[in-house]
Write a protein of this length. Structure first.
Length: 354
């Protein structure tokens, strides 16, 4: 049985699913081509030929490229022109099985599929523009976790505030139903997830290799906000290169697991929702890897009847527990279409006890 990706649907549901396959054409490369790419001559030739088959008015190069297997300003410029035409952004690079090559295949004569319309210019830039919002959510969660740790250790200076923050943490993780020592250990466990999120966003959404974490969905799924791979942040092959999804028996296109794929369904969402979505996907992505017993899945979701009553063992493995806790720690609601999700209010007794 194949592994499945974690998919956030626009109808309010989350599920694990196989990604649909893509039609095979002769536009197949083994590694990246363009700016910062591996640029194997055979792969470069494949891309140069494919770009030359696209009319200039449809994103092709203004003049046919020399098919020489060498990457220079003209080839990089042609890749950028193609990307700008379809996506309204460009990094002058084509990776195996990502959005640029999928669109380039669809543009080939006789490809048998309708040439895609240019994508909305807003979605990927919006994700990057709202990284500061996502950082605010992460930092709020870390503050609450620090107070919760102090509450459990009895070292809080502001005991009422620490108790209130721990009470809000328990809305999402039910740690108060565990022995104190185990509650404290799980506060540290949750904090490590948020620390990894912070590290992932430290480079503005780029990894040390220059690869962007957030990538457009090559399948253009309009019923999905985003999807990613469990533990993709640390998934590496024997030579240190990023794991590809086929290496781990995923269906669909062979995608890099060190990415979060942003889908057309996220178009038009506001900055707060986009940041929340980022934190949700990061929880999957920075958590333990796919076969680890603690990998973070989607056992429930904020609108589900059982979401606020999950046992700690399940909540700790549920991405929306992390995302909605971060929203709650920022003291704000979350708007999605006509629905407003407000974290439950914590009402403490007049004694202010812990």
């Amino acid at each position: 049985m194949s592994n499945k990706v974690f998919v956030r649907l626009t109808n309010g549901e989350c599920e694990k699913r196989d990604l649909p396959g893509q039609a095979s054409t002769d536009v197949i490369i083994t590694s990246s081509v363009g700016a910062g790419g591996h640029n194997k001559p055979t792969d470069v030739v494949t891309i140069q030929k494919a770009l030359n088959r696209v009319a200039p008015g449809s994103g092709g190069p203004p003049k046919p490229l020399d098919v020489d297997g060498k990457v220079g300003p003209l080839t990089n410029g042609a890749i950028a022109k193609f990307q700008t035409h379809f996506f309204h952004w460009a990094d002058s690079r084509i990776d195996p099985e990502n959005i640029t090559i999928a669109t380039l295949r669809a543009c080939q004569p006789g490809a048998g599929s309708k040439v895609p319309n240019p994508r909305s210019p807003a979605t990927i830039p919006l994700v990057y523009l709202t990284i500061p919002n996502a950082r605010q959510l992460i930092n709020g969660a870390k503050r609450y976790l620090t107070s919760s740790r102090e509450h459990l250790l009895g070292t809080a200076t502001n005991k009422t505030q620490a108790a209130d923050r721990y009470a809000k943490l328990n809305v999402f993780f039910s740690l108060d139903k565990l022995p104190p020592a185990l509650s404290l250990a799980n506060v540290e466990r949750i904090n490590k997830v948020f620390l990894k999120m912070e590290k992932a966003l430290a480079g503005g959404g780029r990894l040390g290799s220059g690869h962007s974490i957030f990538q457009p969905d090559p399948l253009d799924q309009k019923d999905v906000y985003a999807y990613t791979y469990a533990g993709g942040f640390t998934r590496r092959g024997p030579n240190g290169s990023p794991k590809m999804s086929k290496d781990d028996n995923y269906e669909g296109p062979n995608l890099r697991e060190d990415s979060i794929y942003i889908c057309s369904g996220l178009e038009g969402r506001n900055g707060d929702f986009t940041a929340y979505n980022t934190v949700h996907e990061l929880a999957h992505w920075v958590g333990p890897e796919i076969n680890h017993p603690d990998s973070i899945h989607d056992f429930s979701y904020r609108h589900k009847a059982d979401f606020y009553s999950l046992p700690a063992s399940t909540a700790l493995r549920t991405a929306d527990s992390y995302a909605m806790f971060a929203v709650a720690a920022s003291d704000r609601g979350l708007a999605e279409d006509a629905m407003i999700f407000m974290p439950p209010m914590i009402i403490r007794g007049s004694s202010g006890g812990g």
